[in-house]
Design a protein around this ligand. Structure first.
Ligand code: NAP
Length: 494
């Protein structure tokens, strides 16, 4: 179903060009069809539907938000197989969503957007793609920020003579059976695939720079009775989703966005989780974080700590000096001979946006507008860039709840702007610089004493200047209240 005949790109001026066929792009497409906004097209650089869930296929890939919450409110699925969905099931859900909601005729796979320029005279975006130009009155970018694999700047990285790949571009042709594997990084991706590949490795060495706080996952299959209830009694499914929402939302409402007494209690819980699985005191010490819980993304896993106890797994906490053709050499001179290196080193958030050549009003590029750090009104619109809407843009990331809830609000924001344009018979809508500045000052003010800034860690949430351009510092409810519908007083319509 993923294989799409390469259809020609639209020649007419589109009402909307949607970039990306992941959650954001598909949600936008569905809502456009429901609201009669068109013509629109969805362009996707990958060869399939699903965005991050199409690309990240590493063993054990799953979501750490429950399936019934990690899905679109207007595309319910009653028969999720597990409490926490695995990659294949989410990818299948997204493919079915595209098919069932009539999005396939709008979809252009294998079409990467390389740049876009605002044409002031015509009041439209001229978009360059890998398959030719497209014109559109408006753009919704559903690219997200976590699709540019970050490879570590370790001397000699290119010299390694074995197989090396990043977790986001998993080399499934590489047989890991009986191999000496080195994994660099201990974030959300690593803790999911390490237990899987440790089962077949001759030896696995995990190179840890910073240990992560890990909570129990308690994943389970969803039984036939519950599935039947969710199918025949939609209210039961909605109630379950609502319950999941509040369980997660309470973390923000109770104050986990700041260092508090609760932080200590949660840390004690995580330490108990570690102690139950790792009796070895020295190993436990190495796996215990030295920053406050919540500063980096809190991970959930029931099989990562047990994997660290396997006789064929070792944890290396020294600093890597260099990579050689044979493996990894540490600063203390120790060496690890390896057949395979897997980089679980995350993504380059700003790089994902920086590579796009977007030119707004008066020749202003997005890179120039963001030279002091990324920022957007409600994380969605940027002054100087009319009719451009970012999904999962700056400062809308969540540590405590489902991103899908944020995406849905962002889609509604974009659509309310487009509908206002149509109502008023105008062609361009652009956020007022003062509204954007007010929003950013408020967000940065709230972030200044937050757990992400004051929790004693550095993370990819912060840019080179230490400014947090990734995280939304409040509850989903607060975000949705502010973002769901655009207030026209914040915008200039022309
Ligand atoms: P990540 O959380 O950014 O982790 C990267 C890891 O690589 C960290 O342990 C980091 O150490 C380490 N690292 C980076 N550069 C290094 C270097 N030069 N030398 C040694 N170690 C280095 O990346 P990720 O695990 O791919 O996850 C990225 C994001 O994707 C997550 O935060 C999450 O938002 C998303 N994700 C979500 C799920 C889910 O279930 N929803 C699953 C996977 C990923 P330091 O901590 O010291 O920097």
């Amino acid at each position: 179903m993923n294989a799409q005949p390469t259809r020609p790109l639209p020649q007419q001026t589109l009402a909307l060009l949607i970039i990306g066929a992941g959650f954001s792009g598909l949600a936008t497409g569905i809502r456009c069809r429901q609201e009669g906004i068109g013509p629109f097209a969805i362009v996707e650089k990958g060869d399939g539907i699903g965005g991050t869930w199409h690309e990240n296929t590493y063993p054990g890939a799953a979501c750490d938000i429950p399936s019934h919450l990690y899905s679109l409110s207007y595309v319910p699925k009653h028969d999720w197989s597990r409490l926490y969905p695995q990659q294949a099931e989410i990818a299948a859900y997204l493919r079915e969503t595209a098919r069932d909601h009539g999005l396939l005729p709008h979809l252009h796979l294998g079409t990467a957007v390389t740049g876009a320029a605002w044409d002031e005279a015509q009041s439209l975006w001229r978009v360059e793609t890998s398959r030719g130009p497209v014109r559109a009155r408006a753009i919704v970018s559903g690219m997200g920020g976590l699709h540019h694999p970050a490879l570590p700047d370790i001397p000699g990285r290119e010299s390694f003579s074995g197989t090396a790949f990043h977790s986001a571009t998993w080399d499934h042709a590489c047989d890991l059976g009986g191999k000496r594997i080195g994994v660099i990084g201990t974030g959300a991706s690593a803790i999911q695939f390490v237990p899987e590949i440790a089962k077949e490795a001759a030896h696995l060495t995990l190179f840890q720079r910073t240990p992560a706080w890990i909570m129990p996952k308690h994943d389970r299959a969803i039984g036939a009775r519950a599935k039947a209830a969710y199918r025949f009694v939609p209210f039961a499914r909605r109630l379950f989703r609502e319950r999941l929402f509040w369980i997660h939302e309470l973390r923000a409402l109770m104050g986990f966005t700041k260092v508090s007494k609760l932080t200590g209690q949660a840390e004690a819980m995580a330490r108990r989780h570690l102690a139950r699985a790792v009796p070895d005191k020295a190993l436990r010490e190495k796996l215990t974080p030295r920053y406050r819980l919540g500063c980096k993304r809190v991970l959930i896993s029931d099989d990562f700590y047990p994997a660290m106890m396997r006789p064929n797994v070792s944890l290396e906490t020294g600093r890597i000096a260099r990579i050689t053709p044979e493996g990894v050499v540490m600063q203390d001179g120790g060496a690890h001979a390896l057949d395979v290196i897997v980089y679980a080193t995350g993504f380059d958030l700003t790089g994902s946006f920086r590579t796009l050549d977007i030119v707004g009003r008066g020749g202003l590029t997005l890179a120039q507008a963001w030279r002091d750090g990324m920022g957007a009104f409600q994380g969605i619109t940027v002054a100087g860039f009319p009719n451009l809407f970012l999904m999962m843009g700056p400062n809308t990331g969540l540590g405590h709840n489902s991103m899908i809830l944020m995406i849905e609000a962002q889609v509604e924001h974009a659509l309310s702007c487009l509908k206002a344009l149509a109502r008023q018979g105008r062609t361009a809508i652009e956020v007022r610089p003062e509204a954007q500045a007010r929003f950013l000052a408020d967000v940065q003010g709230r972030l200044s004493d937050s757990i992400w800034q004051a929790g004693g860690c550095t993370s990819w949430y912060q840019n080179e200047q230490g400014r947090n351009t990734a995280i939304w510092p409040g509850s989903v409810l607060a975000y949705r209240r502010g973002a769901r519908r655009a207030r026209l007083s914040d915008y200039r319509v022309s």
